[in-house]
Design a protein around this ligand. Sequence first.
Ligand SMILES: [Zn+2]
Length: 239
Amino acid sequence: MEETYNVKAIILNRKNFSEDDSKIIIYSRDSGKLELVARGTKKIKSKLVGHIEPITLSNIMAVRGRQYDYAGAAASEQCYFNIKNDLDKLAAVGHAIRIFNKIIKVGQADEEIFELLKNFLDVLNRATADKISFELLSWLFIFKLLVKLGHKPELYYCVNCRAKILSAGMKFDLARGGLIGAECSAKIECPNGLTISENSVKLLRLAEKNDFNKLSKIKINNKGKEIKNIISLFLNYYV
Ligand SMILES: [Zn+2]
């Protein structure tokens, strides 16, 4: 008898596998990232295909195979139509999911990471552009993901002297993993220190502490250029 198992998962990517089949990469709540072959998805009458589109939350019954596991059946629970029908949202999510897929390895289950991804998609699905830019929200998702993966930067005390960060002039020191106060950054060698404004520090602190429901409700006066740059360099430094 075929051995099957059920997973609740978010579809990250779908690519061609053979003439009729595709391979999907999913992030499941209970088993982490998995790759499944989906048979017959290039046939017009495929019942499976709508339920395994990227950026969909689905309940999937998987079948164990000798070489690959297969998606036997799938039922979508949330299709995130507001993301798929908005080019700006789609671009922001596409970028975030590409990074997610790159840094998350197959088979490391972490329910908190599943919830983080789901929360990000749920909130972006209903977000409006007047409060926060979608691209900035996606960078904050990457930041929160790095924190969950153990790369939590020090945002309150100087990484050199442990004094409380008070004034402007601090830097974000990639090598030391957090903020370095103005005095220390002038005194010591700090080749990986990035200029960071008080406004950006505030936003990183907010992002570290709050989920996307709360973040999406805060009026954020930050164009995000500096913060995108810092998070992207932070990502490249640690991953
Ligand atoms: Zn210091």
